[in-house]
Ligand binder design. Structure first.
Ligand SMILES: Nc1nc2c(c(=O)[nH]1)N[C@H]1C(S)=C(S)[C@@H](COP(=O)(O)O)O[C@H]1N2
Ligand SMILES: [Mo]
Length: 310
């Protein structure tokens, strides 16, 4: 079973052994870090992370979670370095309060949202999603947030709106200055993709507010697309009528398309996308079309040649 039945149970009542084990491990790690009186095991800033209670969403997968330590220490966040361990080591210096996200463009009510406001805009849900990186590894992550559509509805997109662009925060004083990508990091979705209930405005992970290396204080998560579509630490959302430029598509258009739907049949020019390694596993597993979310999202692309629009 891929998708849980709709239910109103809260995560603490879930008896799935993996989830239970993960939560126990989470509590142990938190307690250990507090006792040590300093940084946690994975480069977290000192002090207890703020917990973020959320109700388990029926849109969650029931596959075993990737361990919290891996989720918080094996990251892509190139602004803080290109090695997987760099973001956890370097992102701690980023200040995430106060924080504002400007939502503008082709909308009736452009508005700036403070992070406190975003935390209260809609009921928080725990969404356990598969994350498939373009580098052919994957994870299962218990994100916390709500559908991005709840935010977009607040600003009322105009009839001419077609796309949504996301800008990440960029501060050259604490981030990479080398133009590995065209900073600030940019991403984009078609409006219908952005409005799809699976597209998550993400504020937390593993029961806590987002750690900096995972894109604090607010990021996007689009589970049926390669991980790079899920921009971290966003400061601006712009509704447009033309397809926005994106960081990876600008850097290497032959390798990274605008759509970036997970597709085992369209290889990256330098490697296969047919299989993936789930972090923590030894054997590879087949990659599923749309990362296993085909039933929910394939309809968005009806009639499109997905080899051309990769
Ligand atoms: N601003 C920004 N967002 C980003 C990236 C980045 O380098 N910068 N990396 C992307 C990639 S390639 C992946 S796989 C995911 C990883 O998210 P995680 O580290 O929380 O697992 O973040 C995405 N969002
Ligand atoms: Mo990625």
């Amino acid at each position: 079973m891929l998708i849980r039945q709709p239910t109103d149970i809260v995560p603490s009542e879930i008896t799935s052994p993996e989830l239970f084990r993960a939560r126990r491990q989470f509590l142990r790690l938190g307690a250990g870090a507090a006792l040590a009186g300093g940084a946690g095991l994975v480069g977290l800033p000192a002090g207890a992370a703020e917990s973020l209670p959320a109700r388990l969403s029926p849109l969650s997968t029931d596959e075993p979670l990737t361990g919290r330590k891996d989720v918080l220490s094996y990251n892509n966040y190139y602004e803080f370095g290109t090695d997987k361990s760099d973001p956890a080591a370097n992102a701690g210096v980023m200040k995430t309060r106060p924080w504002e996200v400007r939502v503008e463009g082709l909308v009736a009510k452009p508005r700036t949202f403070g992070i406190e406001e975003l935390l209260k805009l809609a009921p928080l849900e725990e969404r356990i999603y598969r994350l498939r990186c373009v580098e052919a590894w994957s994870m299962v992550v218990p994100w916390i947030g709500y559908s991005l559509s709840a935010l977009l509805q607040q600003v009322e997109p105009l009839g001419s709106a077609r796309y949504v662009a996301f800008d990440s925060h960029y501060d050259p004083a604490i981030m990479l200055r080398r133009p590995v990508l065209d900073w600030p990091y940019k991403e984009g979705l078609r409006l219908d993709e952005a409005m799809h209930p699976l597209t998550l405005l993400t504020l937390g992970v593993y029961g806590e507010v987002l750690p900096n290396q995972n894109g604090a204080p607010v990021r996007i998560v689009v589970p049926w697309k390669y991980g790079y579509k899920s921009a971290k630490s966003i400061v601006r959302i712009r509704v447009t009528d033309t397809q926005p430029a994106t960081a990876w598509n600008t850097a290497a258009p032959e390798e990274y398309g605008f759509y970036s739907n997970v597709n085992p049949e369209v290889d990256h020019p330098r490697w296969s996308q047919a299989r993936e390694r789930r972090i923590g596993d030894f054997r590879k597993r087949p990659t599923l079309p749309f990362n296993g979310y085909a039933e929910q999202v394939a309809g968005l692309y009806q009639g499109m040649d997905l080899k051309r629009f990769y």
